[in-house]
Design a protein around this ligand. Structure first.
Ligand code: PEP
Ligand code: MN
Length: 342
């Protein structure tokens, strides 16, 4: 159930409702909106009595939530979640969040070369894994904390926000220290203990859709994070497994409007893992922007043939720069912008 406060409710009235919820043994999630605060309730096993709250000062009404997810549901807030990363970088706002960089952090030289190029081309966020979830235990597993230090250096040098993956609770402790956004990978979308840990983190989380996850499963995974008190979650479509073999995965762009119908959370698209083929990254990026995604996460490498992971799906910095121009034009048609000044 959601308790909707009036636009004029005082902070003390909001606190009193939260106190009552906590006294009942449940968890209160006050979510301020532009017009009014909504308070989500979690932890209750059955339906709650609305009358107990509706009599309280400042309460307008109680709204039962029909979906199994409560805090990610659109009912919770009138306006979409916009995640503010500082320095004017936002995810979910009018400006598309363009995240670009290599699959993995390989060296300082590699990160600096790519960060300089993607920053110049208009990306505001830089991606690169320091901890890599690889199919084979013999593949490159990432540089670990040394990789995170390189990413932090790149942030100071180029002013890009850092998005990097945590693969378990231990790496999450480290990633939380260095990154601006904590990435939870597709293979970990239903790693519930990791989701709970991410929910306790004080950094936004980019949650990738699992390889065969339904929309409900994706939203429930996000709910785990919000239910622990971290309301800053960015969903990411990165392709799902189908019988198609002309691409690595099938990028399900229809999930973007489907998410937007059900949830206030922003959603970005990963055309790199979504297709697994360099030549398909630009067309699917254009399509993702056209379908209404809030941003893109794209693998870029200056020497893809020498990349330690995912070289075959990484585009060159020059191709990324051309793509930025194209998507800026598509964005403009939809009343959105990119950081690229045309
Ligand atoms: C990645 O972004 O580097 C990654 C491993 O992606 P996914 O979890 O979508 O496979
Ligand atoms: Mn990759």
């Amino acid at each position: 159930m959601l308790v909707m406060m009036s636009a004029h409710a005082s902070a003390e009235e909001v606190r009193a409702v939260c106190r009552k919820i906590e006294e009942m043994g449940y968890k209160a999630h006050p979510i301020p909106g532009a017009m009014r605060t909504a308070i989500g309730i979690t932890g209750n096993r059955g339906p709650l009595e609305a009358a107990a709250f509706e009599a309280m000062p400042g309460v307008v009404e109680c709204v039962p939530v029909s979906k199994p997810y409560k805090l990610v549901a659109l009912e919770l807030r009138e306006e979409r979640t916009v995640i503010d990363l500082g320095d004017g970088v936002r995810v979910g706002g009018k400006e598309l969040a363009i995240i670009a960089g290599p699959c993995a952090v390989e060296s300082r030289e590699q990160v600096f070369a790519i960060a300089a190029a993607v920053g110049k081309a208009g990306a505001r966020l830089f991606r690169g894994g320091a901890y890599k979830p690889r199919t084979s235990p013999y593949s490159f597993q990432g540089l670990g904390e040394d990789g995170l230090k390189i990413l932090a250096e790149a942030r100071s040098e180029f002013g890009l926000k850092i998005v990097t993956e945590a693969v378990d609770n231990e790496s999450l402790d480290k990633v939380e220290k260095y990154a601006d956004v904590i990435q939870i990978g597709a293979r970990n979308m239903q790693n519930f203990s990791l989701l709970k840990r991410a929910g306790k983190a004080r950094k936004p989380v980019l949650l990738k859709r699992g390889l065969s996850a339904t929309l409900d499963e994706l939203l429930m995974a996000a709910e785990y994070i919000l239910s622990e008190g971290n309301y800053e979650v960015i969903l990411c479509e990165r392709g799902v497994r189908t019988f198609a073999d002309h691409t690595r995965n099938t990028l399900d762009l229809s999930v973007v409007p489907a998410v937007q119908r059900l949830s206030h959370l922003p959603i970005v698209v990963d055309p790199s893992h979504g297709t697994g083929r360099r030549d398909k990254v630009a067309p699917l990026s254009r399509a993702a922007v056209a379908v209404g995604a809030d941003g893109l996460i794209i693998e870029v490498h200056h020497q893809p043939e020498q990349a330690l992971s995912d070289g075959y799906q990484s585009i060159l910095p020059s191709d990324f720069a051309s793509l930025m121009k194209e998507i800026s034009q598509i964005a403009a048609l939809l009343d959105r912008t990119t950081a690229l000044v045309c």
